[in-house]
Design a protein around this ligand. Structure first.
Ligand code: HQG
Length: 179
């Protein structure tokens, strides 16, 4: 069961963040998919899933990656998209310091050009060292960067907080990064 939930969670990340077309799904401009349609298309693509399983994945997901709308007819990923979606997040003042976990092999390039969003819609920043370390470890030998977020905000950079607690910004220039 655990394995099945993980498989469904990965599939939801793929279709709700990156490639809805792999199962013939369309997201609206705000990233929402219709739950009925999602379930039908996942089944048609060869993976058996029902509404209760989707509920369980949303509820138990370790990072609360997915969220329903109020009447639970729609679902979307709270952040992490590579496709363009308008999440309608409001800019928010960040804490003094946020963290970015990365791999040591990226350090040289990051300290040259700053943090750029790569394939995603934003640069992702964490409030805690523990989260940043886990994010960095996904890419290799983890290194944690201190991001002087409050100073960036004072200089006019806009920060957003996703529904699942990830801080998002367009770009982090080198002068706001310390290792
Ligand atoms: C690096 C997970 C070279 C950047 C996490 C990162 C997160 C550069 C990688 C979310 C660079 C991109 C996102 C530059 C940035 N030169 N490398 N100038 N600027 N990079 O996966 O932040 O589990 O797109 O440091 O929790 O690792 O998917 O971003 O190492 O919130 O829900 O380029 O993914 O969430 O990698 O992770 P990613 P990320 P989920």
């Amino acid at each position: 069961m655990q394995q099945h939930l993980k498989h469904i969670s990965k599939l939801l990340s793929l279709v709700l963040r990156h490639k809805p077309e792999t199962i013939g799904l369309q997201l609206d401009a705000n990233g929402w998919a219709k739950v009925d349609e999602l379930i039908q298309k996942i089944n048609e693509s060869g993976t058996a899933v029902d509404a209760a399983t989707i509920d369980l994945v949303v509820e138990t997901n370790d990072k609360k990656r997915f969220a329903f709308n109020e009447d639970k007819t729609q679902i979307r990923a709270s952040q992490g998209h590579s496709i363009e979606v308008e999440l309608n997040l409001k800019p928010l003042l960040p804490p003094d310091i946020l963290y970015h976990g990365t791999a040591d092999r990226f350090l040289e390039s990051i300290l040259k050009t700053g943090l750029t969003k790569q394939q995603r819609q934003h640069v992702h920043l964490s409030e805690t060292l523990t989260t940043a370390r886990a994010v960095g470890a996904r890419h290799g030998n983890p290194v944690i960067l201190n991001i002087h977020a409050k100073a960036m905000a004072a200089a006019g950079f806009l920060f957003y907080l996703s529904d699942n607690g990830v801080w998002l910004v367009d770009f982090v220039p080198v002068q706001y990064i310390t290792v």
